[in-house]
Design a binder for this molecule. Structure first.
Ligand SMILES: [Zn+2]
Length: 342
């Protein structure tokens, strides 16, 4: 529930001001050559918690919007400027200040309102500053609250903000992952089959031949015996499962880097897993098989293997990239961990 929407809108609480003061000014943050990632996570969490207290929006929703925009910045680094502060939400000057505002860098709240700009003052300093983390978060939060405080209301608010159903889906997916684990740091990964078991793979990116009907091979084939467990490589959320003519029994999992992980040709997947369910690295999601290339249930048309593909969402389009370097890295990390735990 929103404690006092009207008051929160017009006069941000003292808490946000105190929070702003305790966080490092952005100039000093930018001056650091390599900010400590854990300190950055703590700073972000603090900002989300403050804005959550101010607006009644759960912190994980604000975190999800911020992370979604961070992935867009990463995937479109030529067209989206790097964030100036700890928050990656980017709002164009003309949207912030108002399309008819003669000064696109205007920070005066009264004139922003006059010109229809969406920028708001979230830290109580009297200015609506696109470079202020609190002002950015507060501005987005206000949009989210336009229709109410239920999940469905947020979804409508998100759609009106992004005008993109994929964006709405991503933010809701990310929010579910953050809500499940109640933390921002969820970057751990696992190799998709148990390290130390009997499997083999090599870099086959872009080769013409492939099992499963891909014109060029978009992924890595991990050859392994029938029934070997297939594990989630990441913290993520189940986006797709079921039969695909080429991929056979397959499951698709979205992670917080906005990467879609595709596991195909399974002999089966965990039937208790539902679309929208959150998974963690190493969690068994299915088993190696040779399904695909025909009607549901078809198998045995090629040797059993896991086809593992990764796709990066760029906002409107999705692009496959070579999973081999990541697979190798995760495998090595698990080998080292196994050795050190002996
Ligand atoms: Zn393959």
């Amino acid at each position: 529930m929103l404690p006092d929407a009207a008051a929160a809108y017009e006069s941000p609480l003292q808490g946000a001001q105190a929070a702003q003061a305790t966080h490092a000014p952005r100039t000093s943050l930018a001056a650091q050559s390599a900010p400590d990632p854990q300190a950055l996570m703590r700073q972000r969490r603090g900002l989300f918690e403050e804005m959550s207290a101010l607006t009644g929006i759960p912190w994980h929703y604000l975190a999800a919007i911020d992370q979604y925009e961070r992935t867009l910045t990463r995937a479109n680094s030529k067209t989206r400027p790097a964030p100036q502060g700890a928050i990656a939400i980017a709002i164009a000057p003309e949207r912030w200040a108002g399309p008819l505002n003669p000064d696109p860098e205007d920070k005066e709240t009264a004139s922003l309102r006059l010109f229809g700009g969406i920028g708001r003052d979230g830290n109580g300093d009297g200015l609506a500053d696109r470079a202020s983390d609190a002002d950015l978060l507060y501005t987005v939060a206000r949009h989210l609250l336009k229709h109410g405080t239920s999940e469905q209301d947020f979804a409508i608010g998100l759609w009106e903000y992004y005008h993109n159903t994929r964006a709405v889906q991503r933010v809701r997916q990310f929010a579910a992952i953050y809500a499940t684990y109640d933390r921002l740091e969820l970057s751990e990964h696992a190799f998709p089959v148990p390290v130390g078991s009997n499997y083999s793979y090599r870099s086959t990116w872009g080769t013409a031949r492939s099992w499963g009907g891909y014109r060029i091979h978009e992924g890595t084939d991990i050859f392994a015996p029938y029934g070997l467990p297939v594990r989630s490589t990441c913290y993520g959320i189940v986006e797709i499962k079921g039969w695909n003519r080429y991929g056979g029994w397959r499951i698709g999992i979205r992670d917080l880097d906005n990467i879609y992980h595709y596991y195909a040709h399974l002999s089966g997947y965990d039937k208790t897993l539902e679309i929208g369910e959150v998974v963690k690295p190493g969690q068994i999601v299915g088993w190696v098989g040779s399904s695909g290339y025909g009607k549901p249930g078809t198998q045995g048309k090629f040797p059993p293997h896991l086809h593992y593909g990764v796709y990066r969402d760029r906002g409107l389009t999705e692009w496959a990239f070579d999973p081999y370097p990541m697979l190798h890295q995760w495998e090595q990390a698990e080998r080292r961990a196994r050795k050190s735990s002996r």
